[in-house]
Design a protein around this ligand. Structure first.
Ligand SMILES: Cc1ncc(COP(=O)(O)O)c(C=O)c1O
Length: 379
């Protein structure tokens, strides 16, 4: 019988990779997937080097399978974490030293900045935050790490990752990309020159709104070892059940993204024309400021649309009247969800801005629901 590894060598497409990656070799009578390895420790006789699986804070076979799958998608060694924030904290904490400077986005995910400002600045790390579109013009000569998401969330500005990598590297600065809004099927940051790719797998990668999870990937052995050591010593480890669920969710990622991104394109074009919508951002729109770069470096335009209904009252009316859209603060799930971002008071966005995460429902049903909810918006 041919092994699973032999079969996967004929894989040309990441759509096939997500289905097969990280599975064990095919063996007569064995299940395709071994299920979660619930363990706190493993048999380990003699010298500690005798076993890869020693203690479950260091390694777990269920992590190994998912990390192997993610490594294939990212084209770099991967490490799994119990949340996107834990993965982001590993990036920002494990190799940065007192006296270093980290550059972040002022218009990116709020909690990333909040972590850095609350914890890293206490230990003498300087945090600088600049808008996404100004990142390329910064001086990186005194910066240790620039950590940014592209497209940014929620306003979907895109940075030229290859150009930023070149600029940062010329000054000896490392580049980490938060790839949450696209996943490795929408963009491969390591191939574009980034040193680290990071993702909150809570979102589209797992895709079912039932797990909080994250991962990093890198081709740089030193960075890999630093993040591995941080995970091991800080105990920031994911449970085997969650890890197994994410691996299961990964298998349908390409299929889900195909539906979600097609839906998003149709809905963005429709919203853009709607008289009650003041502004629509979606990188797939020809006239969107992100469109040119998105076409160059992304293999899909994503499933997030941001649109403005002018004020808080209109946005609240729209959300209250929608029958199909879950009002929730996340994105990337099979269910369409939306929220008025300004309700958190953490993002620099207008009061009427809705972030819509388009799911896998039938697009005509979604359009009908959006249409009737917009109809009931008073101005
Ligand atoms: C872009 C981005 N990065 C990181 C995170 C943090 O991920 P998690 O909630 O899995 O900790 C989020 C969560 O919303 C996010 O949107």
């Amino acid at each position: 019988m041919s092994s699973h590894d032999e079969k996967s060598r004929i894989t040309n497409s990441l759509a096939t990779t997500v289905v097969h990656a990280g599975l064990d070799k095919a063996q007569q009578g064995r299940a395709f997937s071994q299920g979660p390895a619930f363990a706190s420790t493993f048999h380990l006789s003699g010298e500690v080097e005798n076993g890869h699986h020693q203690y479950a804070r260091f390694h777990n076979p269920t992590w190994d399978s998912l990390e192997q799958a993610l490594a294939e998608l990212e084209e770099g060694a991967s490490l799994v974490f119990p949340s996107g924030m834990a993965a982001g904290a590993a990036v920002m904490t494990s190799f940065v030293e007192s006296g270093d400077t980290i550059m972040l986005q002022s218009d990116g995910y709020y909690a990333t900045r909040a972590y850095a400002e609350a914890f890293l600045s206490k230990f003498g790390v300087t945090i600088k935050a600049v808008p996404t579109l100004e990142l390329i013009n910064q001086d990186y000569s005194t910066v240790k790490l620039v950590f940014v998401e592209s497209p940014s969330n929620p306003l979907l500005d895109v940075i030229d990752i290859a150009a930023l990598a070149e600029k940062a590297h010329a000054s000896g600065c490392l580049l980490a990309i938060d790839n949450t809004t696209l996943t490795p099927l929408g963009q491969q940051p390591l191939k574009l020159g980034a040193d680290i790719s990071m993702c909150s797998d809570t979102k589209a990668l797992n895709g079912h709104s039932d797990v909080v999870f994250g991962h990093v990937a890198t081709k740089n052995q030193e960075l890999y070892e630093a993040m591995l050591l941080w995970r091991k010593l800080s105990g920031n480890i994911p449970g085997p059940m969650e890890t197994w669920l994410v691996h299961r969710g990964l298998a349908t990622l390409d299929m889900r993204l195909e539906r979600m991104t097609n839906n998003a394109q149709i809905l963005a074009e429709w919203l853009e024309q709607h008289p009650k919508v003041k502004m629509t951002r979606y990188p797939g729109l020809n006239n969107d400021p992100s469109h040119r770069l998105a076409t160059q470096q992304m293999s899909h335009f994503g499933f997030i649309i941001s649109f403005d209904l002018g004020n808080k009252k209109n946005a609240d009316q729209f959300l209250a009247n929608s029958k199909l859209i879950f009002e929730a603060t996340s994105f990337g799930g099979v269910h369409t969800m939306a929220e008025r971002r300004a309700r958190w008071g953490t993002d620099q966005v207008s009061e009427g801005l809705i972030r819509l995460s388009v799911g896998c429902e039938n697009v005509e049903d979604l359009k009908q629901d959006l249409s009737q909810a917009l109809e009931l918006v008073s101005s």
